[in-house]
Design a protein around this ligand. Structure first.
Ligand code: HEM
Length: 200
């Protein structure tokens, strides 16, 4: 095994993917499993559920999301530095272009999580703490913001992962296919999950 930039890039990429799985896994679990359960609870039990399950789960999502971002930028920096210091000037290839689009969606999801979803959730936690309880509009806003990330998960992963398989074939029609396929798949998951939640 060579302990050179190949090894360190692989290690950072591994950490990046692990953190990404934790971020998205926790987020989808909170959205599809924890949120419907907590909404069925009443009074103090609901406030406790929100604080201990959703509040805590979101802290995991934020930590893993920031780690994913930093390690993603780390891999990018490594690859860039390797090229810059070798004196080579190679244009961005198809794989890189897919990944750039995946990164764009992932960064939009991170901004939504860190600033909009978290702020709206804090509003709900504060309303519970004040004793007045949150309004239906507050719950609806969090659900809408959270759905944005649920839907973006499909296209983002398509672009980030299929970059390896389809990199040499890059064209914008293919990016479009990824976006449509990703959104359609997430829509099916949302419908199935909502039916399941009604039955349960
Ligand atoms: C938060 C913003 C993100 C940034 C800035 C980012 C950045 C990157 C970069 C630069 C690469 C290329 C690494 C390379 O060439 O070896 C990459 C690859 C990858 N990323 Fe991300 N990423 C982000 C989010 C995510 C998320 C949320 C996931 C979900 C698990 C993810 C999964 C992957 C995977 C699986 C690869 C490997 C693709 C391959 O080997 O072709 N990324 N990412």
């Amino acid at each position: 095994m060579q302990f050179d930039t190949t090894f360190t890039t692989a290690l950072i990429r591994w950490g990046h993917i692990l953190a990404g799985i934790i971020w998205l896994g926790f987020f989808l679990f909170l959205h599809f499993v924890v949120r419907p359960y907590v909404l069925c609870l009443k009074g103090e039990a609901q406030a406790e559920g929100y604080r201990r399950l959703i509040g805590r789960g979101l802290r995991w999502c934020r930590g893993a999301g920031i780690t994913t971002f930093l390690l993603g930028i780390g891999v990018l920096g490594h690859l860039w530095a390797k090229q810059a210091y070798s004196g080579a000037s190679v244009p961005l290839n198809g794989r890189g272009r897919f990944i750039m689009w995946g990164m764009t969606l992932a960064v939009a999801m991170l901004v939504n999580l860190l600033f909009l979803v978290s702020k709206a959730q804090n509003g709900i936690l504060n309303a519970f703490a004040s004793g007045l309880g949150p309004s239906d509009q507050q719950f609806a806003r969090v659900r809408r913001l959270s759905l944005v990330n649920v839907y973006l998960t499909g296209p983002m992963l398509y672009l980030m992962i299929f970059a390896n398989n389809f990199g040499p074939l890059f064209h914008y029609g293919h990016v479009g296919i990824g976006v449509v396929l990703g959104l359609a798949t997430m829509h099916i998951i949302v419908i199935l999950a909502e039916r399941g939640a009604r039955v349960g």
